[in-house]
Design a protein around this ligand. Structure first.
Ligand code: ADP
Length: 405
């Protein structure tokens, strides 16, 4: 067999408003094909993908659903790769929430599908999309049905202490209904933490880092001695940092106020907090960070939004230093914003000078567009930009589960 076609995994990351996909070899980390569908449910949903060094872009249509976009990927983009598809050794699905029952990556069967369904209320924007991906693949490729693996964002947080994952509400809500902090983005936090342990030449089990994944969704994790000891996302991916359209932390009483005093229904409040808040809500203009980067010094709504974003982020980083067992090896920035927006890194770290963070202006400015590395001065606490690769991390998990079979 052509060497290029050996050991390939198809990775599917069906998000709330985008679908990322890739075919790659987790052993040599080579990507055979990768792509993304963006702007689902909006005018001009489009797909971009690249294969063998050639890039493609197509408008699929308007207000496109997950099902339609997935079938487009499978029938139009991957049709040319049908021989590759037959030779896949596994399919890895990103699933945001494993709920109360699933702790680790696992081969998908009917029981696992039901567990993911049961966890929909813990990730209402994400698990339904993840399920569409799983069901579409199994239906379309029944011969591959026993090779589908679910890789959960929540797995990395299973060892958090109770002091981090319990909310101060009556204990029976945790015991009887599983209401606790579950976290999300675990695949990315774990991936960049493993990368920094190699860069710092440190055993993972003795690594103390704070990882900031800043994308449309955003979260911070505290990792002490290789174990995640706290994270900013909670029962659902709504808690924590300011995000593209999600509010992050708010006083829960705002919900009662909106409902009782403003007569806004619970469903509408959910939509406000998940789809109309965050950077979009604060600015009234956009959730795309490119807008904020361009307009920070020009438009007051852009400055206001970014300042709140950085204020919240620096508070979390400072708080998580208290969980580091007296040693912090590094802070890591990753995700579309963390990897590409020097402004965010500079504004956030400037608030942390009391903790000895000193940004290196030049290094910070040049660490964009696929560059990575140290962005602080040598006599500072180290801060690194590390590129995340959730697709590779999912492919590595998938192959390890398939090999255990
Ligand atoms: P997710 O995986 O959560 O959908 P990403 O990690 O792809 O998100 O990050 C998306 C965010 O990153 C968006 O706000 C986007 O505007 C921002 N982003 C990506 N690239 C750049 C860039 N070159 N400059 C500024 N912002 C960027």
């Amino acid at each position: 067999m052509d060497e290029k076609l050996k050991n390939l995994i198809f990775v599917l990351n069906c998000g709330s408003s985008s679908i990322k996909f890739a075919i790659l070899n987790p052993y040599n980390k080579r990507k055979y094909l990768s792509g993304i569908v963006e702007r689902l449910f909006l005018p001009e949903t489009y797909i971009t993908w690249q294969c063998s060094g050639t890039k493609y872009k197509k408008i699929i249509g308007s207000n496109i659903t997950h099902e339609y976009a997935l079938n487009f990927i499978l029938d139009q983009v991957l049709l040319a790769e049908k021989d590759v598809f037959k030779k896949l050794i596994g399919i890895g699905h990103r699933v945001v929430h494993g709920g109360t029952k699933i702790k680790k990556s696992i081969l998908i069967d009917d029981n696992i599908i039901q567990c993911i369904q049961d966890a929909v209320s813990f990730a209402p924007l994400h698990n339904p999309a993840n399920l569409i991906g799983i069901k579409t693949i199994i239906q379309k490729y029944p011969a591959l049905s026993k090779k589908n693996v679910a890789v959960f964002d929540t797995s990395f947080y299973q060892d958090m202490p109770k002091s981090s994952f319990l909310y101060a509400i009556p204990y029976n809500f945790y015991k009887e209904y599983g209401i606790r902090r579950y976290g999300a983005h675990g695949t990315s936090h774990y991936y960049v933490a493993r990368k920094i342990s190699l860069i710092l030449n440190k055993n993972f089990n003795s690594l103390n880092v704070i990882t900031c994944h800043l994308g449309n969704g955003a979260s911070v994790s505290a990792i002490c001695n290789g174990v995640c000891v706290d994270t900013s996302m909670g029962l659902t991916p709504l808690e924590g940092l300011v995000m593209g359209t999600r509010s992050g932390d708010i006083d829960p009483s705002i919900i009662f106020f909106m409902n009782k005093n403003l007569n806004i229904s619970i469903n509408d409040i959910e939509t406000i907090l998940t789809k109309k808040s965050g950077l979009l809500g604060l600015s009234g203009v956009s959730s795309d960070f490119r807008y904020f980067e361009k307009n920070y010094y020009l438009k007051k709504e852009a400055k206001r939004s970014v300042d709140i974003f950085c204020h919240r982020l620096s508070k979390y980083i400072a708080a998580y230093t208290t969980l580091m067992d007296n040693r912090l090896d590094a802070v890591i920035f990753t995700g579309g914003i963390g990897e590409n927006v020097p402004l965010i890194r500079e504004l956030t770290l400037s608030k942390l000078s009391l903790l000895d963070f000193k940004i290196d202006i030049e290094r910070n400015l040049s660490t964009v567009n696929g560059a990575s590395g140290l962005i602080t001065e040598y006599n500072s606490r180290p801060v690194f930009v590390i590129l995340t690769d959730e697709e590779l991390a999912i492919a590595e998990e998938t192959i390890s589960i398939i090999n255990k079979k």
